[in-house]
Design a protein around this ligand. Structure first.
Ligand SMILES: [Zn+2]
Length: 449
C-alpha cells in the first residue's frame, strides 16, 4: 500500500511538539517534577492561553464556547462538506505527567499547521480542546466539556459539587469565564443559573461532523508489552459498580463459639476472593473486577464484625462479557451470604454501557497504518476519554501511542518523541484519508455495544 499523504506527514515537526510539551509542563509544575493544572484554575487558564496562541499560529480561528471548550476552525475548500474534527484535553490530575491529553491536543494542532501550510483540506477542520476532561478537581464523571458539547445531561448535583477549597463547580465555570473573557464573575448564588445557561449555549452540532479523532497516550502497558508502535482503539470500557452491605451479628470475640457466629467481615473476605476469581474467568474478554473499598463495623479487635460495606468495580469494553461477569459475581455473593447466614443488600450504583468506535473510522486508521508500515494493534481502552462521549453522537475513533511502563497520572509518565511523531503522522494521514474518500454516511457504523 502506498502512502498518498507522505509529503504531508513528513512535515510533522516532532521537535516542535516536544518543545511545546516542555513549555506546557512549566505551567503548574510541582516540586516532585510533575504538573498540577486542575480544570478551571489559574494554572489551567494559563495553559489554555498558551494553547490558544499555538492554535492561532497554526492558522486556526479559535472560538471559546460558554463552558470553556476551545474550537479552532480551519476553513475547508468546500465549506459545506461534513466537518473533520480532532482534539483532546490539557487539564491534569494532581501531580500528573506531561503527556495525558496534552500529546493528543498538540498533535492535533500540529496536524492543523501542516494542513494549513498545504492549502487546507476539502472539508472544514475543527480542532477541539475539551474543557475539564479530568474528574480530579470535583470528583464528578470524566469529560465535563465533551459531555456538555454532546448534549449529555449535566445533573444539578454535579454542578453543586465542590472542590477541596469548597469552590462550587458552577462557580469555577464562571471564574474561568471571567478571567478569559472579562465577563463579570457571578456570585455563588447566581453561578448555578449562569452555568445552566452556559451549558445550554455550548451544545455543538455533531450532525455536521463526519468523523472525530483523538490521539492519546495508552496509559497502560499493553502496547509496550506487545512491542507494538501504535494502538487503534476499538471501544472504551465502562464500569458497573456495586455497593454491598452485609449484616451479620456483632458479638463478643471471646465468648461467642465459632459455630454460632455470623461474621460479616469473614463473609466479605470470601466475597472479595470470589470477585477476583470470577473476573479472572472473564479475563480473555478483558473484564476486570476490583473490590477497592471496604468498611467494617465496629472495626475493633475484640468484636465480631457485625456490618461491612464493600464497593465492587467491574469493567470491560465487551458489554455482554461484563453483564455475564456481573451476574456470576452477584450469584456467588448471594450464595456466600446465605450459607453464612448473613443478610446482604446489593445496590447497583452505576451500570454504564461500553462504547464502540465507528467501524469506518477504525478502518481508515488501519489503512493509514498499513500505508505507513506500522504494525498497529486493535485494542479496547480501559480508561475513559472525551472521544467516548463524542462516539455517542458522531462517528469517532482513537489512536493510542505507547506509555513507558504503562505509567500514567504520575510524573514518570513518558512517551518518546518518536512515538509521538508517529502518532501525529497517523492522525494527519487519517484526516487526509477521510477528507479524500467519498463520505458515504459513516454514521451508520457508529454503534453502541
Ligand atoms: Zn486524558
Amino acid at each position: 500500500m502506498t502512502d498518498h499523504y507522505a509529503h504531508w506527514t513528513k512535515q510533522i515537526d516532532g521537535a516542535r511538539i516536544a518543545h511545546q510539551i516542555e513549555q506546557l509542563s512549566e505551567i503548574g509544575r510541582t516540586p516532585q517534577g510533575g504538573v498540577t493544572r486542575l480544570a478551571f484554575t489559574r494554572e489551567d487558564a494559563a495553559g489554555r492561553a498558551r494553547l490558544r496562541e499555538w492554535m492561532s499560529a497554526a492558522g486556526l480561528q479559535v472560538q471559546r464556547d460558554a463552558v470553556g471548550n476551545l474550537i479552532g476552525v480551519l476553513r475547508g475548500k468546500n465549506p459545506d462538506a461534513p466537518i473533520l474534527a480532532c482534539g483532546s484535553h490539557i487539564d491534569t490530575v494532581v501531580n500528573a505527567g506531561k503527556y495525558d491529553g496534552i500529546v493528543g491536543m498538540l498533535c492535533a494542532v500540529e496536524c492543523a499547521r501542516v494542513i494549513q501550510a498545504n492549502g487546507g483540506l476539502n472539508a472544514p477542520l475543527h480542532v477541539i480542546n475539551f474543557a475539564m476532561e479530568e474528574s480530579a478537581r470535583f470528583g464528578a464523571g470524566y469529560g465535563f466539556g465533551s459531555r456538555v458539547m454532546t448534549g449529555a445531561e449535566i445533573s444539578k448535583q454535579e454542578l453543586f459539587a465542590r472542590d477541596r477549597s469548597k469552590v462550587l463547580l458552577a462557580r469555577a465555570l464562571q471564574e474561568l469565564k471571567g478571567w478569559e473573557t472579562g465577563a463579570k464573575i457571578a456570585t455563588e448564588r447566581t453561578a448555578l443559573a449562569a452555568a445552566h445557561k452556559d451549558i445550554d449555549a455550548s451544545r455543538y452540532d455533531w450532525t455536521r461532523v463526519r468523523a472525530f479523532l483523538e490521539l492519546h497516550i495508552e496509559q497502560g502497558p499493553v502496547l509496550e508489552r506487545a512491542g507494538k508502535p501504535l494502538g487503534i482503539v476499538t471501544a472504551v470500557a465502562a464500569p458497573t459498580r456495586l455497593q454491598i452491605i452485609l449484616n451479620g451479628e456483632q458479638n463478643h470475640s471471646g465468648t461467642t463459639p465459632m459455630p454460632l457466629r455470623h461474621d460479616a467481615l469473614a463473609a466479605a473476605a470470601e466475597m472479595i476472593l470470589a470477585v477476583e476469581r470470577l473476573a479472572n474467568e472473564f479475563a480473555a474478554q478483558r473484564v476486570v473486577g476490583t473490590v477497592g473499598m471496604i468498611q467494617a463495623e465496629p472495626n475493633v479487635m475484640n468484636s465480631i464484625p457485625g456490618r461491612v460495606e464493600l464497593r465492587v468495580d467491574i469493567r470491560s469494553a465487551d458489554a455482554d462479557a461484563k453483564r455475564a461477569c456481573v451476574q456470576s459475581i452477584t450469584r456467588a455473593l448471594e450464595w456466600i451470604a446465605s450459607k453464612r447466614g448473613i443478610g446482604m443488600e446489593l445496590e447497583t450504583l452505576t451500570d454504564e454501557t461500553p462504547i464502540a468506535f465507528s467501524d469506518a473510522v477504525i478502518q481508515s486508521i488501519e489503512r493509514v497504518c498499513a500505508a505507513q508500515n506500522l504494525d498497529a494493534l486493535k485494542m479496547p481502552s480501559g480508561a475513559g476519554h472525551d472521544a467516548a462521549h463524542v462516539a455517542r453522537v458522531a462517528p469517532a475513533g482513537m489512536i493510542f501511542i505507547p506509555s513507558r511502563g504503562g505509567i500514567s497520572h504520575d510524573p514518570r509518565e513518558f512517551s518518546t518523541p518518536t512515538e509521538i511523531t508517529r502518532g501525529a503522522r497517523v492522525l494527519l494521514g487519517a484526516l487526509a484519508a477521510l477528507d479524500s474518500t467519498n463520505p458515504k454516511d459513516p454514521r451508520a457504523d457508529s454503534r453502541t455495544i
